[in-house]
Design a protein around this ligand. Structure first.
Ligand code: 5CA
Length: 443
């Protein structure tokens, strides 16, 4: 992409309405624009990051054997009356009437609709286990939408639903989700700690939230600092292996880690004092096992091996896809701007031409651009006739992990400069060596 043709409306001033750094930087970097309280347009740069996060979620869900599908955002109230949640959900649910006066709603989550799809098609235990998910817009009329995309009213969420014959199978689905989520967040450069939580309007007793530690997080969390030493890393996972998934679940959830909703002072006191931490966290996902709550209410039964009709065991599993954009920025920025982890960066590297219009500099930039593009990378080439200082400030603000700087002086010596956004370190390399080094970061 050439910046001269791109839509990147960066702001020089700090927007007054933004209270936390991710909101400020997303507005300043031209990623989003608010249209009403808690409702945002995603501008090209923001959308790229959102889509990258979405791709990681899809890839990890596919590995776990979960099928992607898509349900509508507008649903009939009738299904929600069956489960009893039409009334229970209260003012957070956006209720709409269609032209015939029928009650409709904008989906805040989709347990009812997926259960309806399941009961309409699956009649036998032979068609299970089954897990399907979608990545779709949700609406919750939050009392206090704030912090930009972190607590929006309209937000983008991955919601997955498992259907199993037995509790044991459904708990395996729970563990499978926990494992796949650990991998998902790590690929985004995040440490998200599973913490015992409260299930709220979704229901059930077994639930974990995934929290990214950050001062600006909305949840108060209590944990044994030993949980922060756990990393998932590059493990071989067989998602059909119940024992393996169970043991990873235990590895990551046995040490004390709870949100304030389930915090237990007596249990916490058993953690050695120097490891007892109280902090704040951003909830980037939550998994639930709620048994037969919806299948009982909505008559979702299957025939088991003995020919008996039994209600199916279910759980649901969410990832805050749009919230993650903010959470990643909270976890990775400095006073100049965002620092994207390589897994989600909107462009793989920036190219800054220090003297646009200089024949040699222009040609060298074009050459870098075309080599990187041919290698399957997406560079962002700042080809505007701007001062170098302004170009650097924009690149630092939008946070691409690598920057290639090209100027007539360096070219006379046969070199360009490669700068790492995270460390700020620069080195002079031949264009070929610089290209090879950037490509190597992504392979
Ligand atoms: N049906 C279940 C799982 S699919 C469910 O709705 N879970 S949830 O309520 O925990 O939401 C899933 C994730 O969506 C949360 O962990 C959070 O990361 C994100 N989320 C929830 N509310 C908002 C909001 N108002 N703005 C942005 N993200 C949100």
């Amino acid at each position: 992409m050439r910046l001269s043709r791109y839509f990147l409306p960066v702001l020089k001033e700090n927007p007054a309405e933004a209270q936390i750094v991710s909101h400020r930087l997303m507005l300043r970097a031209g990623m989003i624009k608010q249209t009403a309280a808690g409702i945002y347009s995603w501008l090209p740069l923001g959308l790229k990051v959102l889509k990258n996060i979405e791709t990681i979620v899809h890839e990890e869900q596919a590995k776990a054997g979960h099928w992607a599908m898509l349900m509508p955002t507008i649903q009939s109230a009738d299904l929600w009356r069956e489960s009893g949640r039409y009334d229970d959900y209260g003012e957070e649910m956006l209720r709409i009437k269609d032209r015939h006066g029928r009650d409709m709603l904008f989906t805040p989550t989709a347990e009812e609709l997926i259960t309806d799809i399941f009961r309409g098609h699956v009649t036998s235990y032979k068609d299970m286990p089954l897990t399907m998910y979608q990545i779709q817009w949700k609406f919750r009329d939050e009392r206090r939408p704030r912090f930009g995309v972190m607590r929006g009213r309209e937000f983008y969420m991955k919601d997955g639903y498992n259907f199993d014959l037995t509790k044991e199978d459904a708990l395996h689905a729970y563990n499978r989700h926990l494992v796949s989520y650990l991998r998902t967040y790590e690929r985004m450069g995040l440490q998200a700690i599973p913490m015992r939580a409260d299930s709220g309007p979704i229901g059930g007793d077994d639930t974990h939230e995934f929290l990214v530690l950050a001062e600006t997080g909305e949840s108060e969390v209590f944990y044994d600092s030993a949980v922060t030493d756990l990393t998932f890393g590059d493990r071989d996972i067989n998602y059909d292996d119940k024992a393996q998934c169970q043991s990873i679940m235990e590895e990551f959830t046995t040490k004390y880690a709870r949100t304030d909703e389930t915090h237990d002072e007596a249990l916490f006191a058993e953690v050695p004092q120097e490891r007892r931490k109280v902090a704040r966290g951003i909830e980037v996902g939550q998994i639930f096992y709620f048994g037969t709550k919806y299948s009982d209410a909505m008559g979702a039964t299957v025939q088991d091996a003995d020919g008996k009709q039994v209600p199916v065991h279910m759980g649901s599993h969410g990832i805050g896809v749009s919230r993650l954009v903010g959470a990643i920025i909270e976890a990775s920025h400095d006073d100049k701007g965002i620092i994207w982890p390589e897994g989600v960066t909107p462009f793989h590297c920036g190219i800054v031409n220090l003297k646009q219009g200089d024949v040699a500099a222009d040609a060298a930039c074009e050459d870098l651009y075309s080599h990187l593009t041919k290698a399957g990378l997406e560079p962002l080439y700042d080809d505007r006739k701007e001062r170098a200082g302004g170009k650097f400030a924009t690149m630092d603000l939008i946070g691409l992990p690598w920057r290639l700087t090209v100027g007539p002086r360096g070219l006379k010596n046969g070199v360009v400069e490669l700068t790492c956004r995270k460390t700020g370190e620069s080195e002079e390399l031949t264009p070929e060596a610089a290209i090879a080094k950037v490509i190597a970061q992504y392979t």
